[in-house]
Design a protein around this ligand. Structure first.
Ligand code: SF4
Length: 186
């Protein structure tokens, strides 16, 4: 049934046939315009592989700062450095929040902030290191692509250098969002 509905996607055909997909397939699927169909194929594949077993991540959300160099019109979150309610957590305070989240069952920390105009890469590295040192089993998903790009510009490092330093300090993955810096291909 699903096979008939997929249309022209060879990638989804291969997924249904049980083939393992690679990065290029993922890029192809980004151009495929039927998200529901991708979900249906993913669900059918899961059913085939593990039946009704479903796993999940208990992710705890943390904003290390609300100070942001940008002023997006849609945003009620950002503050400027001198605003009364502007805040930036120290790595130690962040660790405290992470400990509390772990006690409540978190298995992953999702950490993002504004574009702070003054924080150094050392700050972000310290944040990663202190979390990983005290909670090695917790996954750290942190910093949108937009933040990474901003850190690179601010600290005059390449994106690759920034990612490499953060990864070496304990960063496991980036959140999926933050697409606002990705230029249009049209
Ligand atoms: S970059 Fe993010 S935090 Fe900063 S103003 Fe825009 S939406 Fe708000």
């Amino acid at each position: 049934m699903l096979e008939k509905l997929i249309g022209e996607s060879k990638v989804l055909e291969r997924a249904i046939a049980g083939e393992k997909l690679g990065m290029q397939d993922g890029i192809e699927l980004m151009k495929y315009d039927n998200l529901y169909m991708i979900g249906a194929v993913a669900d059918a594949t899961r059913q085939k592989l593990v039946g009704n077993k479903v796993t999940f991540t208990a992710s705890s959300y943390l904003n290390y700062t609300n100070v942001c160099a940008a002023s997006c019109q849609i945003c009620a979150f950002y503050r400027k450095e001198n605003d009364n309610d502007a805040y930036t957590l120290t790595p130690g305070q962040i660790e405290g929040r992470v400990s509390a989240a772990k006690k409540m069952g978190a298995t992953e920390m999702h950490i993002v902030g504004g574009f702070h105009p003054k924080l150094s890469l050392d700050y972000y590295e310290s944040m990663m290191k202190i979390i990983k040192k005290n909670h090695p089993e917790l996954k750290i998903k942190a910093f949108t692509a937009a933040e990474i790009f901003f850190f690179a510009k601010l600290t005059k490092n390449s994106v690759k250098e920034v990612l490499s330093r953060l990864k070496n300090s304990g960063l496991d993955s980036l959140p999926w969002w933050g697409r606002r810096v990705v230029p249009s291909r049209n």
